[in-house]
Design a protein around this ligand. Structure first.
Ligand code: M6R
Length: 605
């Protein structure tokens, strides 16, 4: 997945393109590049690594012109090299691309028979060469782009720019999102509205199969059958200030610290001043026989936690699938069930494909997303925003706890709708949720202590996280956070499962992080912890004061959290898990906000 941007402006395009790419760097940061048309002449600059390298290059080798396209890359085909960086150019055509062209090998062979040979290993250069071929046969840029689009299989968002044309861009969307921005005598293209926020708030989203001919006077949009299509223009509210670090060293630190506030905001939004539920009208679980929750990565762990809630609080059967497996498994879905898709970005390709698989097979497609204008939100029957605000750090933190908060509210509603909860019991759960922001502030106060623990944790080769019940998925999430930003191998296990194999890994060098609030499963978790200690494992026990008092003797370290209603402990315990990963990454000197090989939004399968 990559970020793409296009500008037909009245000012120099290069600074605008770089600013927009900065906002798209969450999609990839292996390389970046821009192309412009200046006095009719197409030219480009590309650099490996982060955007700052491209900015440096542009200082020494500036690129003039008021029309341009730009790209930030997450490598799919070919290593991160200048040759593989976008924009790709073939003769008069430059193109930037997000997605994967699945038939590029056949196309490449065909092009070679016409003497058109690729210099890069990418699927994107094939697109530029095809358009070049069609133009060399006398087609106009618009005709050539259209003919090219007709040859492509796979998922893509594309933006073309042409030598000799400084008032023309062609944009196309199939499977990967693309937005067109409207200015005053200026037009823009971006992978999302956030990229375009400094330039315009007037956005038109292309729909599946759409392509658009864009000039400074507007965009002519066509559907997949080449019929003129009317796509609504919407006004987007994006607070640019929220994309700043606000005094923190890293976005991740800021986003961890924001959790009490954003969770309080989400609770305020979805409950009444009197403390009752205020979920959207369609959130009515009467007659629903089961829910299937589908997501990727951290969002999938939020679903795993919520499974405990839907089952225990509401008695509603809940299934979980990771999105990349879901549709290929061809799961039978009940017509009385809901399919619930959870995603921070709302653009994750696997999750979106799973949503499309479930359409027409279930009673309702529901999504829980952070970006309300995202594809997943727009393609759902009902979408609940989690209201976490823009999350920039690749490691998802506040989105996770806000997802949990919204899912917890839905579980309480399901409990009421299904007659499993009395009004008093529901009110007690909601009261516990309302206490969370305060408790999380307390947990944030442990940051200094956690930084000290992290100094030692940073020396480890392997780390295990253990939990039981709803703390088991949190163990998975704690391990994911640690590995993705500190590059330490980490695994999460259900603590009772340890003895069935993973205990073989335990020795004095393996820290084992035990997530154990003093709940009904505490004694069992402590027994598993003792099994680790008997094998010289280094245990970090995270519990409440009573838990640490009861079981803390002889462990390597302890962290004491405030007491919390057992069901919702994963929301609170997420904070020390995130801080452990953050401080360990700091101790190791890794790139916290943009860890290697990753991207914030994964828009390829
Ligand atoms: O945008 P999404 O929530 O759909 O993204 C899903 C995962 O790619 C994401 O949670 C990923 O696992 C994070 N890097 C975890 O921190």
């Amino acid at each position: 997945m990559c970020g793409i941007v296009g500008v037909l402006g009245n000012h120099e395009a290069a600074p605008l393109l770089v600013e927009a790419l900065k906002r798209l760097e969450y999609r990839g940061y292996d390389s970046a590049g821009i192309a412009t048309v200046n006095k009719g002449r197409l030219d480009r600059r590309r650099a490996v690594g982060k955007l700052v390298n491209l900015s440096d290059l542009l200082v020494h080798e500036p690129l003039a012109g008021k029309a341009g396209i730009g790209h930030t890359r997450w490598a799919t085909h070919g290593a991160a090299t200048v040759t593989n960086a976008h924009p790709h150019r073939a003769g008069p055509v430059a193109v930037v691309h997000n997605g994967i062209i699945e038939n590029f090998r056949e196309l490449r062979e065909e092009l070679a028979t016409h003497g058109l040979v690729q210099e890069s290993q990418t699927d994107t250069e094939t697109v530029a060469l095809l358009a070049q071929m069609y133009m060399s046969r006398g087609m106009t840029p618009v005709e050539a782009a259209r003919a090219t689009l007709g040859r492509l299989h796979g998922a893509f968002a594309l933006c073309f720019l042409f030598d000799g044309h400084d008032d023309l861009m062609i944009a196309a969307r199939k499977g990967s999102p693309l937005a067109i921005g409207h200015g005053k005598g200026e037009m823009f293209v971006g992978s999302d509205a956030i990229a375009l926020a400094p330039m315009t708030d007037r956005i038109t989203y292309l729909e599946e199969g759409d392509w658009a001919v864009i000039t400074r006077s507007g965009a002519e949009i066509f559907d997949a059958e080449d019929r003129r299509a009317n796509r609504a223009e919407t006004r987007i509210q994006i607070d640019a200030a929220r994309i700043e670090k606000g005094g923190y060293k890293h976005f991740m630190a800021k986003e961890i610290a924001e959790q009490p506030v954003v969770i309080a905001d989400a609770l305020k939004h979805y409950t009444t001043p009197e403390g009752g539920l205020r979920l959207p009208e369609g959130v009515d679980f009467k007659g629903v026989d089961r829910i299937t929750m589908v997501a990727c990565g951290t969002a999938s762990y939020a679903c795993h936690v919520a499974k405990y809630w839907f089952e225990q609080i509401a008695g509603l059967p809940a299934e979980i699938d990771i999105a990349s497996e879901f549709r290929y498994r061809e799961p039978p879905l009940s017509g009385q069930s809901w399919a619930v898709f959870v995603s921070q970005s709302g653009e994750t390709a696997d999750t979106l494909a799973a949503l499309r698989y479930a359409r027409d097979k279930v009673a309702r497609i529901v999504s829980v997303v952070n970006v309300p204008t995202s594809s997943i939100a727009r393609e759902s029957d009902l979408s609940l925003p989690i209201l976490a605000g823009v999350e920039v750090g690749v490691a998802s933190t506040k989105a996770f706890t806000c997802q949990l908060t919204v899912l917890a509210l839905m579980a309480v509603k399901a409990g009421l709708d299904r007659g499993r909860l009395t009004a008093e019991q529901a009110a007690a759960h909601l009261g516990s949720l309302r206490n969370l922001p305060g408790l999380m502030n307390h947990a944030l106060g442990l940051s200094g202590v956690i930084a000290e623990v992290a100094e030692e944790l940073a020396e480890a080769q392997d780390v295990l996280f253990l939990g039981r019940g709803a703390m088991y998925p949190l163990a998975l999430e704690g391990a994911l956070k640690l590995k993705e930003i500190s590059y330490i191998h980490a695994e999460g296990y259900a603590s009772g499962e340890l003895k069935h194999g993973p205990i073989a890994l335990i020795d004095a060098r393996v820290p084992v992080i035990v997530l154990a609030p003093r709940d009904g499963l505490f004694d069992k978790t402590v027994s598993n912890m003792q099994e680790v200690m008997a094998r010289h494992g280094k245990v970090l026990l995270i519990s409440d004061a009573a838990g640490v008092e009861e079981a803390g003797a002889g462990v390597w370290k302890t962290l004491v959290l405030p007491e919390v209603e057992a069901a919702f402990a994963p929301i609170l315990y997420a904070v020390p898990a995130q801080l452990l990963a953050y401080h360990t990454a700091i101790a190791k000197g890794t790139d916290v906000d943009q860890p290697r090989n990753l991207a914030k939004s994964v828009t390829v399968e």
